[in-house]
Design a protein around this ligand. Structure first.
Ligand SMILES: NC(=O)c1ccc[n+]([C@@H]2O[C@H](COP(=O)([O-])OP(=O)(O)OC[C@H]3O[C@@H](n4cnc5c(N)ncnc54)[C@H](OP(=O)(O)O)[C@@H]3O)[C@@H](O)[C@H]2O)c1
Length: 201
């Protein structure tokens, strides 16, 4: 995987949607697909994950913070999140989240606090290529896609073949993105059809 020819981390997005773009309902996800949860875990474990406060709250308390990942939560009220500076951080902007994620990705285990120094997002070029995953919701993915310095360049989309009603939708991916199949249509153990595609730009 390349990162614009530098050692800046690759910033990826990952979500699961219905064929017409539904990703959420009533603060949760309108299906339970263990195969996709495994894919999500395999993809993101070992890397910082960035999320909005409602996505953080969508995880049952016993499943958060997501294990094996630095959990970075964006909220206008960071004091409302039980941040410990080890597994959970709370910051008040996407930019602060990305700066922190870049630092954590480059020095896993070495950063204990939020990076509020206002410095550049792109790390020194001698650091190894790393990954940062933006895990939702839609406003956070949009901000990530539009980030001037280190935008999203990769999105993994699981399409779950269910006709569900919802109140939250995935952002549209325009013609600047190229799709590659990761897994063609298959059936989960419980019979739900799903596929996984990667979009890059
Ligand atoms: N299917 C999937 O793959 C998937 C993935 C993720 C989420 N979801 C679903 O999507 C829904 C949650 O998405 P959502 O769009 O409602 O919420 P969200 O993006 O997770 O969280 C929104 C909140 O994040 C904070 N926030 C976001 N950007 C900010 C910024 N730039 N500055 C300060 N604070 C910022 C604000 O928190 P405060 O209000 O605290 O200020 C805002 O209210 C749930 O239903 C969840 O299950 C589905």
């Amino acid at each position: 995987m390349s990162a614009r020819g530098t050692s800046a981390p690759v910033v990826g997005g990952i979500w699961a949607q219905s064929p017409d773009g539904v990703i959420g309902v009533d603060g949760g996800i309108p299906w339970h697909l263990p195969e996709d949860l495994k894919f999500f875990a395999r993809t993101t474990i070992g890397h910082p994950v960035v999320m909005g406060r409602r996505t953080w709250e969508s995880f049952p308390e016993r499943f958060r913070p997501l294990p094996g990942r630095a959990n970075i939560v964006i909220t206008s009220r960071p004091e409302s999140i039980p941040a410990d500076g080890e597994r959970v951080w709370a910051v008040d902007s996407y930019d602060a989240a990305l700066r922190l994620a870049v630092k954590l990705a480059a020095h896993p285990g070495h950063v204990t606090g939020a990076d509020n120094d206002g410095g550049s997002v792109v790390p020194a070029p001698t650091e190894p290529v790393r990954e940062v995953w933006v895990i939702g919701g839609p406003g956070v993915w949009r901000e990530a896609a539009e980030h001037a310095e280190l935008p999203l360049t990769r999105v993994l989309v699981t399409t779950v073949d269910l006709d569900v009603a919802g109140d939250t939708r995935a952002p549209a991916l325009d013609g600047t993105w190229t799709r590659h199949e990761v897994r063609d249509w298959e059936r989960s153990a419980k019979g739900t059809r799903f596929r996984i595609d990667e979009y890059v730009r």
